[in-house]
Design a protein around this ligand. Sequence first.
Ligand code: FPP
Length: 242
Amino acid sequence: MIFGKQEARPVLDKTNIPVHIAAIMDGNGRWAQKRGLPRTAGHSAGSEAFQNAAEYLQSLGVQYFTVYAFSTENWKRPAEEVQAIMGLLDRYLRKAIREMAEKNIRLRFLGDLEPLPESLKKLIAETNEISRGTTGMQVNVCLNYGGRDEIVRAVRSLVREGVDPETITEDLLGSRLYSADIPDPDLTIRPGGELRLSNFLLWQNAYTEFYFTDTLWPDMDEAELDKAIAAYQGRKRRFGGI
Ligand code: FPP
């Protein structure tokens, strides 16, 4: 007997999987509050969801998966919450160091890493080293990242070099962004019900397809990711043409 309406899981076109998927991992706090748990439990569930999503997207053939883990504005959160997120990153990096060669994953960090705890910076350096030898899906973690900040830094670097303004092209500016050499996202997913970009990959999202859902990030399982990819596959990308 069927109780309630069950939505069918979409069938994906395996020949049209996005090369690059980005995600704003929003809704962790609300996920926890709904269960009477502290917000930090939501981030912990969010970290699990991120790792499961990375594995699933890799199995589909996605080549780049970029997540917004910590923004330049997130330092305003209570110290305890900031510490909890840093702790989860630390845990994830230690696990990645053990497993990324076997899983054939590359890791890259986008953002101003300077103010991060020394221990985290050391782990990041270690994953960078391992990533030199791996060839599989690249996971990009945006950490102390802000889209406007990224563009300002890129402009500063060009001015510092004394580049002739007339020679500045989109490619040249793009090559000074944290995302240099990474193709723009094809699909950006924002769970958690908010309909905004929140300073995430402002330059890179210029022609990206967006998928918004009320589902909270910790609940973004394989079926929910399929819905996002199916929505993407139903879009016609014109890149400003007709
Ligand atoms: C936004 O949800 C989420 C964050 C600011 C933190 C995301 C960090 C993690 C999932 C942990 C570690 C990351 C990795 C890559 C291991 P919110 O707290 O704003 O949710 P709310 O809108 O419901 O309050």
